[in-house]
Design a protein around this ligand. Structure first.
Ligand code: ADP
Length: 440
């Protein structure tokens, strides 16, 4: 918008000039009168400027500006209005901040704000009850000085916070906390902490229930299988009408036994997050034994099973758990590869650690299933799994056995072409490279 200078200029200059001219008419000296009029006008301006300066210097939020006339009156009023408007906006913002702080303070979950160095900036009441933070003493302290769990230190040291961390509360180790960090602003971190004790208890109850039921079902199953065996051994004495049902009963009893074994193994694997006793495991001979069993499983299907294993690459871990994991992968390759197909097993080490891959030329898996394969009882094709004697627990066992060995499973597959299952172990999981013979 174009500012009209002329109006205010005329309004402020015309009165002193007119007064000077009028005085000049009386005194008969226009020059001095005009100069005197303008000097008085300048003095008045200076006086108004000093009043404004004084008001601004000694400014109090509720103090109105000095009264003024003409242009100065408008300036004083304009400034006052701007200040009042700012005050109102600030008041509204403060009210919003107060409400946010009140509601976060009332949250049951702990909310903690950390600066870019991981020092405490702000936290709510729940952070005091869950983590034992003290207001205001702990302000500015590094959070790792106050929560001293080693897992927490390792979690804070990493840069990827996609996964939440679970750990016992520093105040009470029966409380289980789940921690999640989100970055915001200039590297600041927002930490949310939830009490998940109840969820953990329910999960434990479920695990105990499955383990107990599996255990209790074993005895009656052993009795049934025990009666079936002699009956089928003496098949000639059995009424021919009963032979087929008896055979099926034995097959199903065998399947149930596998299922219970897998459930119990999974329950044992899930009972702890890490390995209890760790020993050097020579993987190459373990794989050789698995290949033999796989060949037997393949039977007349005549799969070509090739093994390429570094014989000196020894892993720290539990041989039984690793054996279950690896055999599940190899047996799956046999089960899901048509007759005559090829299965390649490779065990090798490099800078990233040790790796075991099982590659087959089988039926493959559609990509939409890949992320769910390690879930319990997840099957791509239930009817096919049933015909191959699968329990749907194999890959869940693999996943948990790998977690115990700080490993992870990678799956790549293409329908109709085959699948590649790779287990990766970090260098810290390697025992040693023994100076033995050549790769088998
Ligand atoms: P199952 O006992 O049914 O084999 P798993 O947990 O071992 O259960 O495997 C889950 C599902 O993943 C299987 O039902 C099967 O559909 C698929 N699967 C596993 N391994 C392979 C493979 N090598 N080739 C194709 N599909 C596979």
């Amino acid at each position: 918008m174009k500012y009209n200078w002329l109006g205010p200029l005329l309004r402020s200059l015309v009165p002193p000039i007119a007064a000077g001219l009028l005085l000049g008419l009386f005194l008969d000296d226009y020059g001095w009168s005009l100069a005197g009029g303008l000097a008085a006008y300048l003095a008045w301006h200076l006086y108004q400027l000093i009043r404004l300066h004084h008001w601004l210097k000694a400014y109090q939020p509720d103090e109105p500006p000095p009264d003024g006339h003409g242009l100065w009156g408008e300036v004083f009023d304009g400034l006052y209005n701007i200040q009042r408007r700012d005050q109102r906006v600030r008041g509204r913002l403060q009210a919003v901040i107060d409400r946010v702080q009140e509601s976060t303070a009332a949250l049951q979950d702990a909310v903690i704000m950390l600066d870019a160095e991981g020092n405490l900036e702000w936290w709510n009441r729940a952070a005091e009850t869950l983590l034992g933070l003290k207001t205001p003493q702990d302000s500015g302290q590094p959070i790792t000085n106050l929560v001293r769990h080693p897992q927490f230190k390792a979690y804070m040291a990493q840069s990827d916070f996609t996964n939440a961390l679970e750990l016992p509360s520093p105040l009470n180790d029966r409380l289980h906390l789940q921690l999640q960090i989100t970055r915001y602003g200039n590297g600041e971190q927002l930490m949310l902490v939830r009490d998940v004790t109840h969820v953990r208890q329910l999960e434990q109850m479920r695990k105990d229930f499955v383990a107990n039921v599996s255990h209790e079902l074993r005895t009656p199953l052993t009795v049934i299988a025990g009666y079936l065996e002699p009956l089928l051994d003496n098949a000639d004495e059995v009424n021919p009408r009963w032979r087929r049902p008896l055979q099926q009963m034995q097959q199903q009893a065998e399947r149930m036994k596998h299922l219970l074994d897998d459930l119990l193994l999974l329950a044992r694997l899930e009972a702890s997050d890490s390995l209890q006793a760790s020993q050097p495991v020579a993987v190459a001979p373990l794989l050789q034994a698995i290949v033999k069993d796989a060949q037997a499983l393949s039977g007349t299907n005549d799969h070509r099973i090739l093994l390429d294993a570094e014989p000196h690459l020894v892993l720290k871990g539990n041989e039984a758990e690793l054996g279950s994991a690896f055999s599940n992968l190899v047996f799956n390759a046999v089960k899901y590869t048509p007759a005559g197909g090829e299965i390649r097993i490779r065990w090798w080490g490099d800078r990233d650690g040790a790796h075991l891959s099982v590659q087959d030329t089988g039926i493959g898996i559609e990509s939409r299933h890949l992320s769910r394969l390690t879930e319990r009882f997840y099957r791509v094709d239930a009817s096919r799994s049933a015909s191959t004697g699968g329990t749907g627990l194999g890959l869940a066992i693999v996943k948990h056995a790998l977690i115990h060995h700080n490993g992870r499973l990678e799956i790549a597959s293409e329908p109709g072409k085959g699948s590649l299952f790779t287990c990766h172990f970090p260098p810290s999981q390697l025992a040693a490279r023994q100076a033995l013979g050549n790769a088998s």
